[in-house]
Design a protein around this ligand. Structure first.
Ligand code: 7GP
Length: 828
């Protein structure tokens, strides 16, 4: 059911309103108007939540003006549009983002203060939209903001999960998962587009229709059908220049209730269909870097892919005669393999629905798609059992076989690939019970494939996509990640933003790479002092939060040493905890030494089914309990695990760090983006030569970053040699004693055996090189202790970090994608 009627925001003949006034006077009046007529409260009755709603509506009006203008422009100019297909958008709160990008922060603050209302407190009530797990989802959100800010006509396409990423509580030290309900109070940012609904089929049969004198046609008759309904959220770029659309799909039944069943008394059965449809978009899978593997997940992937493609085709045919020139008008970026089924689905739509020949359809498809890989972890690479795929998507399965046949023919005929090489590139894994490899599908269906840091891209060529790279040597390229400086510097750290503006002027706000002008000020003692004072205030703010939420007092004068990210063995929070324990032992054994006070801060969620990761959380909390209650180390060492890490918490944490922990086993972290947020805000990094750390080293210079440990190559070598931790542990008393303490129950007296497995893994195989890197990590931490004693040196390095991180803006990433892959945007 493709609807021909375009919504007003698609830009048909929308009136261009007169520019709005943005003085506090006008804004205050408008907020009260919204309060009265939309919320139904007087200022005297209004609670803080009502002020949030009224303020949001006032801001929204301004965005809508610009939104219509941007959509109209994209449409009438015929410029190429970029569609970012992503299963996850970890957007966080939107109000502050919108107010900041419209340059309304001060006038809105002033307007609200006239009624005794504090903008900062109002903003805190907005739910944090957590439609993503971690790095991949947050990158998608930064990219949406940067596309709007760099004036690229971009559309985000994803899923409107009713329940986002779970809420984490810590009970007796262990992670507990609770449902997240971001839509409980409604969502003023979204616009439901009832008229934009597409049918999505599942299951059923494919029949061949042979009409006389015409080529055979395949017709898919799905057994089940659901509706995908669009919900649009405006994404405001810097200075409101462009407003793009994030379109999220919600699944709804074709028939809300089966009346026949109901009338015959089957009241539950009458709703089965409806529940099944709605289940598709009910909840986000809380697994990152791990393939979920259930049928519902494949349904989600196909559901949003098909809806997005149908929508793109509708938009295209609105202005073009047919789909032959689709790739000139649209670029579709596949954010990892979650939307990879799109390759087969676009082929189906082109051939079965729009009557294109196979060869032409394949050409259009490949020229339209490009694919980003975000991880090399084997357990994260998606592959679906053929029987499941075939049952759910029979026509797409046929198409995949046909694509595969073509690729294999090409490899054998043109490159002389032998059987083992063919097996490596095949879209079908003939090993583990026959599976469809989604990475291979995305790769062959795209004209460009990219990794997210220089190292990751090289490793892609050598490992997962080695043989496909031999077949298509020009296809893989690098696009190093970035983060939006609007959210991660300007909004999260207004103190630093003001200081930098004061020092070098406001030009860096429009072009973040100009922040390099700050670099010489690292030598200016007075500036360093002001820089340190900003950091100190941010640390006080975080210390208050820790005091309030966890009743733990931490000293803002200590090093704030922070590791926040998903909990995963390869990210090595365990290494960090072991170091804390070793330090604890040393402080107790040598109280007379001049120890540098430290607060080790952790936050992050573990996938509910990831037992080892949950153990690591438990251990961090157990260690925190023991150390924090030991008077022997009181002000020298504290360990804190802050529950429920999310975007809003990150905005408080990033500006408050002195030291950023980026200590993954080399070769495993594709890029990292937290590393960039921390360094931009003046934290020094302790890290391995992994992901984007490598490029950060190049930009900030080796004196300003603390690199340790094995390289990716050395890790691979050790793994080939079946390295284990046993001999290393025997030689390192510090490490051994820390591990003994863990396994003898020092931190878990109520359950001394709790961490046996965690520790015995280190002895028996040390897969993540925790033991192998321990000494280098310890030594580097002690160098940092010494450096902290020289505050001039430390702060100078911190200033260099802020000054030299401009390149890691997602504006730069997006411009590279636009120039090299999409051929879209103002410079195309
Ligand atoms: C992450 C990577 O682990 C991280 O290194 C990178 O910075 C980020 O993507 C953005 O590129 N990957 C995921 O979050 C993920 O879920 C599985 O990967 C597909």
């Amino acid at each position: 059911m493709t609807n021909e009627v375009d919504s007003a925001l698609d830009g048909t003949g929308a009136p261009t309103p007169a520019p709005r006034k943005n003085d506090p006077e006008t804004l205050a009046r408008q907020i009260v108007e919204k309060l009265t007529y939309s919320v139904g409260k007087t200022p005297a009755e209004a609670r803080r939540y009502d002020w949030l709603e009224a303020t949001t509506l006032v801001i929204r009006d301004r965005i809508i003006d610009q939104w219509m203008e941007s959509s109209q422009r994209a449409k009438t100019s015929g410029e190429k549009r970029v569609c970012y297909l992503s299963m996850e958008f970890l957007i966080g709160r939107l109000l502050r983002d919108a107010i900041n990008n419209l340059n309304l922060t001060e006038p809105i603050r002033e307007a609200l203060s006239r009624y005794g209302v504090d903008l900062d407190l109002v903003e805190l009530l907005e739910p944090d939209a957590a439609l993503g797990n971690g790095g991949l989802g947050r990158l998608a959100a930064c990219f949406m903001e940067s596309m709007a800010s760099t004036d690229i006509p971009g559309f985000g396409y994803g899923i409107r999960y009713v329940h986002g990423f779970f809420r984490q509580e810590i009970a007796d030290g262990a992670q507990v998962e609770l449902p997240e309900t971001w839509l409980a109070h409604g969502n003023p940012w979204e616009f439901e587009r009832r008229e934009l609904a597409y049918e999505i089929g599942f299951g059923g049969k494919v029949t061949t229709i042979q009409e006389p004198g015409r080529p055979a046609r395949q017709v898919w008759r799905p057994a089940e059908r659901v509706l995908a309904v669009a919900y649009d959220t405006p994404i405001v770029g810097w200075r409101g220049r462009r407003v793009n659309t994030l379109r999220l799909w919600s699944a709804q039944p074709l028939d809300p209730i089966l009346l026949d069943a109901f009338n015959s008394g089957d009241h539950i059965g009458a709703l089965v269909e409806s529940n099944k449809a709605e289940a598709i978009t009910r909840i986000l899978y809380p697994a990152d870097s791990h393939q979920a593997g259930q049928e519902l997940r494949l349904r989600q992937e196909y559901f949003f892919s098909s809806a997005s493609l149908q929508d793109i085709i509708r938009r295209h045919l609105h202005a073009n005669e047919n789909l032959s020139n689709l790739a000139d008008k649209f670029s579709i970026q596949l954010n990892d393999t979650h939307p990879a089924v799109s390759v087969a689905e676009l082929m189906r739509l082109l051939i079965d629905v729009h009557g294109h020949e196979w060869a032409e359809a394949w050409e259009i498809t490949r020229n339209t798609f490009s694919y980003t890989n975000h991880t090399l972890l084997p357990e994260a690479l998606e592959h679906w059992p053929i029987h499941l795929f075939e049952r759910l998507l029979p026509r797409q399965m046929q198409i995949i076989y046909a694509i595969n046949a073509g690729v294999i023919r090409e490899a054998a005929q043109e490159k002389g690939f032998d059987d083992s090489k063919i097996a490596a590139i095949s879209l079908i894994d003939e090993g583990n019970g026959r599976r469809v490899r989604m990475g291979q599908l995305a790769f062959v269906g795209s004209h460009a494939v990219n990794g997210v840091s220089a190292l990751h891209t090289e490793l892609m060529k050598e490992t997962v996509f080695h043989h496909l790279h031999l077949l298509y040597p020009d296809r893989i390229e690098n696009k190093t990640n970035g983060v939006t400086p609007r959210r991660w510097l300007m909004q999260a750290n207004p103190g630093l933003t003001d200081l930098v503006t004061d020092a070098i002027g406001p030009a860096f706000l429009d072009d973040i790479e100009k922040i390099a002008d700050l670099d010489p000020l690292a030598d200016d003692a007075a500036f360093r002092e002001r820089f340190a004072a900003v950091k100190r205030r941010n640390k006080e703010q975080l210390a208050n939060l820790i005091g309030e939420r966890m009743a733990t007092q931490v000293d803002p004068g200590a090093i704030f040493d922070i590791q926040v990210k998903r909990i995963h063995e390869y990210k090595r929070q365990f290494l960090n905890i072991i170091e804390a324990i070793a330090l604890y032992d040393q402080i107790r054994s040598h109280p007379e030494r001049d120890w540098t006070p430290r607060v080790k801060i952790f936050a992050g969620k573990a996938a509910p089914s990831y037992a080892q990761a949950k153990q690591i959380i438990h251990l961090a909390n157990d260690v925190a309990r023991t150390i924090n209650s030991d008077p022997a180390v009181r002000d020298l060492l504290k360990v804190v695990f802050i529950p429920n890490y999310n975007v809003s918490l990150a905005e408080i944490i990033m500006p408050a760090a002195d030291l950023s922990e980026q200590i993954s086993t080399a070769g495993l972290e594709a890029s990292g983006t937290g590393n960039m947020k921390f360094a931009m805000n003046g934290a020094l990094t302790i890290g391995t030569l992994d992901g984007a750390n490598v490029e950060m080293l190049e930009h900030v210079g080796e004196d300003n970053i603390f690199i340790f440990g094995l390289t990716a190559e050395e890790v691979a070598q050790r793994r080939r040699e079946a390295h284990s931790g046993r001999s290393i542990i025997a030689e390192l008393p510090l490490l051994r004693e820390a591990l003994d303490a863990i396994s003898s129950g020092v931190f878990s007296p109520e359950d001394p055996a709790r961490y046996h497995d965690l520790v015995s893994n280190l002895y028996n195989n040390d897969w993540w090189m925790t033991c192998a890197d321990f000494q280098a990590y310890w030594d580097t931490q002690r160098r940092l202790d010494a450096l902290w004693q020289d505050q001039d040196e430390w702060q100078a390095k911190a200033v260099h970090n802020t000054a030299r991180m401009g390149w890691f803006s997602s504006d730069r990433s997006i411009r590279e994608y636009a120039r090299d892959i999409w051929k879209a945007g103002p410079d195309a």
